[in-house]
Design a protein around this ligand. Structure first.
Ligand code: 6PG
Length: 485
């Protein structure tokens, strides 16, 4: 086999197949491999006209088809299979070659794999690829980690197939060493969960409080998509809400089972945030809302509990002008809560970068999320600007423009959260975002009482505002205070 291919893709399920096609359509010669060879043949039969493919029948042939320094992309299901596939190819490649994992692997797994392969002189790059099947084919947002040396040979190939931001820049960049890429992808997915939860709450409020029908709510989302909420998730929400179920003739959203599932990346984000000590309530609420929706036993047991918005009460319909005003109020609440969730996501990016010494450029992450990925949105360019102008910005909320918008949204945001509570519409994302915002602003928090309680029952000591040191009060005795450090 003559080595002619600049890049190889092994694992030709839909994502892998579309990525291979994208590389070929961008002018690369692409080596192909799949455990079952039929898939390789099918790809060439169906899309061989799109570019230069080198189909291979074995891992050995696949590696032999690649020009050194070899770059091969593994596109298999995250977890167990990835380790086996990586080992299979690690034995065949040479020092200086690059093995890329394009699945949704956990960043700690990627760090482990990168260290092990580095011992053998082989570069291992964990990269997030966001945008689903369509993105893989037409231009995803690509989030590579791994060594800077690996990016020197891999990066130009990724930049050819990545989505293009409005300013033409490729939506990919070297994010940092070892697991940085998969960490950033994990945070992307955590933000995606939070974003989707807030959109779901906005829909539920327009349905359950304003009494609007799905098709009417779709129009509201279409209008929002022409303004500051312009984003892929808002766009597809309007599409989903317009869709009618062919079998029943009912709105599609009314026939889908209301039990949300999750492959796990959002959960990982929250678990990692707990370990890093980063408050990400917006992402956590979204993960728990999905879990709660799936708890049939709990929901059945609670269905008859008293409260507003009970199942049998059809929501009364607001008059058109009142519904219009309410929708404008919900838009403000959705936007403000979205800013809060993204601020939490960037806190995670900074914390991870510091904990693992990745040197992640926070503005660049926003830059490569402007197109191709699931959370692509116009306002990401503003986040890019905020962190590019001030890389040391302590939180996105400290950006003057975002702070001003949050100020303008106060009444509408609080009114919407109150309306949700009054009507029994669950809005953990929006109410949690408001509580986070108020918690950060508070001059004094009830955490002081928590510290006193902990010292009372557990002698866990506390600090004082007026003196250095740690202290304990003799609650069971004369209640004198001892300095304990
Ligand atoms: C993307 C998506 C994708 C995600 C799936 C399933 O960036 O293209 O985030 O990576 O894993 O859409 O997501 P769930 O966790 O909701 O199952």
């Amino acid at each position: 086999m003559t080595a002619t291919a600049q890049i190889g893709v092994t694992g030709l399920a839909v994502m892998g197949r579309n990525l291979a096609r994208n590389f070929a359509r961008s002018g690369c010669t692409v080596a192909l491999h799949n455990r079952t060879e039929a898939r390789t043949r099918d790809l060439v039969d169906a899309f061989g006209h799109e570019g230069a493919f080198v189909p291979t029948r074995s891992p050995e042939e696949f590696v032999a088809a690649l020009r050194p320094p070899r770059c091969l992309v593994v596109m298999v299901k995250a977890g167990g299979p990835t380790d086996a596939v990586i080992e299979q190819f690690a034995r065949l490649v040479e020092a200086g070659d690059v093995i890329v994992d394009g699945g949704n692997a956990h960043f700690e797994d990627t760090r482990r794999r990168e260290a092990a392969l580095r011992e053998r002189g082989v570069h291992f790059v964990g990269t997030g690829i966001s945008g689903g099947e369509e993105g893989a084919l037409l231009g995803p947002s690509i989030m590579p980690g791994g060594s800077a040396e690996a990016y020197r040979s891999l990066g130009p190939l990724l930049e050819r197939i990545a989505a293009r931001a409005p300013d033409g820049a490729p939506c990919t960049t070297h994010l940092g060493t070892d697991g940085a890429g998969h960490f950033v992808k994990m945070v992307h997915n955590g933000i995606e969960y939070a974003d989707m939860q807030l959109i779901a709450e906005a829909y539920d409020l327009l349905r359950g409080v304003a009494g609007l029908e799905p098709a009417e709510i779709a129009e509201v989302f279409r209008r929002w998509n022409t303004g500051r909420l312009d984003s892929y998730l808002i766009e597809i929400t309007a599409e989903v809400l317009t869709h009618t179920d062919a079998r029943t003739g009912r709105p599609f959203v009314d026939v889908v089972a209301d039990r949300a599932e999750q492959k796990g990346t959002g959960r990982w984000t929250v678990q990692t945030a707990l370990d890093l000590g980063v408050p990400v309530p917006g992402i956590a609420q979204a993960v728990f809302a999905r879990s709660q929706s799936g708890h049939a036993r709990l929901r059945r047991a609670a269905a008859s509990l008293p409260g507003p918005g009970a199942a049998e009460q059809a929501p009364s319909r607001m008059a058109a002008d009142e519904a219009e005003r309410f929708a404008a109020q919900v838009e403000q609440s959705l936007y403000a809560s979205k800013v809060i969730s993204y601020a939490q996501g960037w806190d995670m990016l900074r914390a991870g970068s510091e904990a693992y010494d990745w040197g992640i450029d926070l503005g660049s992450v926003a830059a490569i999320w402007r197109a191709g990925c699931i959370i692509r949105a116009a306002f990401l360019d503003r986040i890019r600007g905020a962190f590019t102008e001030r890389p040391d910005l302590p939180t996105l909320l400290a950006d003057p423009q975002f702070a001003q918008e949050l100020g303008e949204a106060q009444d509408a945001w609080r009114g919407t959260v109150a309306a949700a509570a009054r009507h029994g519409v669950p809005a953990p994302g929006m109410s949690g975002a408001l509580a986070y915002y108020d918690g950060l602003r508070a001059a004094r928090l009830p955490a002081a009482l928590t510290q006193a309680q902990r010292d009372y029952f557990g002698a866990h000591t506390y600090r004082r505002d007026d003196r250095e040191g740690t202290f304990h009060t003799r609650w069971g005795g004369d209640r004198t205070e001892d300095r304990t450090d």
